[in-house]
Design a protein around this ligand. Structure first.
Ligand code: ADP
Ligand code: MG
Length: 371
């Protein structure tokens, strides 16, 4: 298996710095996703790893060996580019066996390899089909088989799901997760879709404008983003201006909120000297939409477990609108003067105008600094 280290890697084109001083280490056997909006440098990073681009500055190490000494074909890489690279005049079998044939492998070797890949990529019955006779999902699987036929240690995948419908995309995700384990590969996936990244990755490298914003596990990135940009890119969230008045208490416009998430040293959170201190500019308490808990007010009032001690993280809110999202219902509500959103499973059925009890669980509150 292969560990890949990018050290200050930079690649600039005339007007754009596509990749700007990117440093990250992808461990051997790890599944890492390069995530970010279109144009943030994901494909360029893959091309740098593949040896199809040369860094202007910095370098890339493969198991500690500089890419300067490794040609593209000596890096043990299988690369599935964003536009399919199948040869139109070759059938599936010939496309898959292209690399072993060029490497003068025996017929026996090729046949055995082909049988394994046809099996693992679910391509039975398509051996003799030509690319233009295949569906998008089938073509994508042949392209992956073609990349794996070179027995790579690293698999690079550029937006492999982008042209597939939801069901095919899900099938291919499962297949890729499976191949990652079975073939003991280091995988670098590129996508702009945070859901795909969350579902598949050991770690996600979030890029904006060619720069690395955060490199961490999907859980870290989703629940504990280090910047506002990361927080917003990963999913919907409410942001309340805040001041930290003790290790576990945030003062916000709706009242005091208890948080279990620890203060991060590197963020230099300063605890206010008194409770009366103003809300700090650019300090926010983040609460993801689905973390808010709603209960019809009457029931909650009767409940003996409801806790109204301050800071209880429990408030009375009024629903102002409701949107049906299929698996979820999104409620907009007003608490004091703040508008908040909550995504709930489609029960209980609340109506605009209803008063509700709103709870913000302490573990789902995250203090963030940013604009
Ligand atoms: P992504 O894959 O994240 O959409 P790319 O890596 O393709 O982003 O591109 C990053 C930036 O670099 C874009 O602004 C793009 O226009 C620019 N770029 C990429 N390749 C070239 C090239 N060969 N010549 C000029 N500009 C390029
Ligand atoms: Mg791209």
């Amino acid at each position: 298996m292969t560990q890949i280290s990018l050290l200050d890697t930079t690649r600039a084109f005339k007007k754009t710095t596509a990749v700007n001083r990117l440093s990250l280490t992808i461990e051997s056997g790890e599944f890492v996703t390069l995530l970010g909006p279109s144009g943030c440098g994901k494909t360029t990073t893959l091309r740098l790893i593949a040896g199809l681009e040369t860094p202007d500055f910095g370098e890339i190490l493969f198991n500690g060996v500089s890419g300067k000494y490794l040609s593209s074909s000596n890096r043990g890489i299988g690369y599935v580019t964003q536009s399919y690279t199948l040869f139109p005049h070759m059938n599936v079998m010939q496309n898959i066996c292209f690399a072993p044939k060029m490497a003068h492998k025996t017929k026996e070797y090729q046949e055995k390899l082909l049988a394994t890949l046809i099996e693992d990529l679910h391509l039975h019955g398509l051996e003799k089909a030509y690319p233009n006779e295949l569906s998008g999902g089938q073509r994508q699987r042949v392209a992956i088989a073609q990349a794996l036929a070179g027995k790579p240690k690293v698999l690079l995948l550029d937006e492999p799901f982008s042209s597939l419908d939801a069901q095919l995309s899900q099938e291919l995700r499962n297949l890729i997760a499976n191949l990652h384990n079975r073939y003991q590969l280091t995988v670098v996936l590129v996508t702009h879709d945070q859901q795909e990244a969350i579902e598949l990755s050991d770690r996600i490298a979030l890029l904006f404008n060619g720069e690395l914003t955060q490199f961490s596990t999907p859980q870290q990135l989703y629940h504990h983003p280090e910047t506002m940009q990361a927080a917003k890119f990963m999913g919907n969230a409410n942001f309340l201006e805040c001041t930290r008045i003790s290790a576990n208490i945030l003062k916000t416009p709706i009242g005091l909120l208890q948080t279990n998430t620890s203060i991060q040293q590197e963020q230099n959170f300063v605890i206010a000297r008194t409770e009366n201190e103003n809300l700090r500019p650019n300090h926010y308490a983040m609460i993801r939409y689905e973390a808010l808990k709603l209960a019809p007010l009457d029931k909650a009032r009767q409940s003996q477990t409801a806790n109204y001690d301050s800071p209880s993280n429990t408030f009375i809110a009024q629903i102002t609108s409701r949107e049906f999202l299929g698996n979820l219902t999104r409620y907009q509500m007003i608490v004091g003067e703040e508008q908040l959103f909550a995504d709930t499973l489609s029960t209980p059925h609340l109506q605009p105008g209803d008063m509700v009890e709103l709870t913000i669980p302490p573990h789902s509150l995250w203090h963030i600094i940013g604009k």
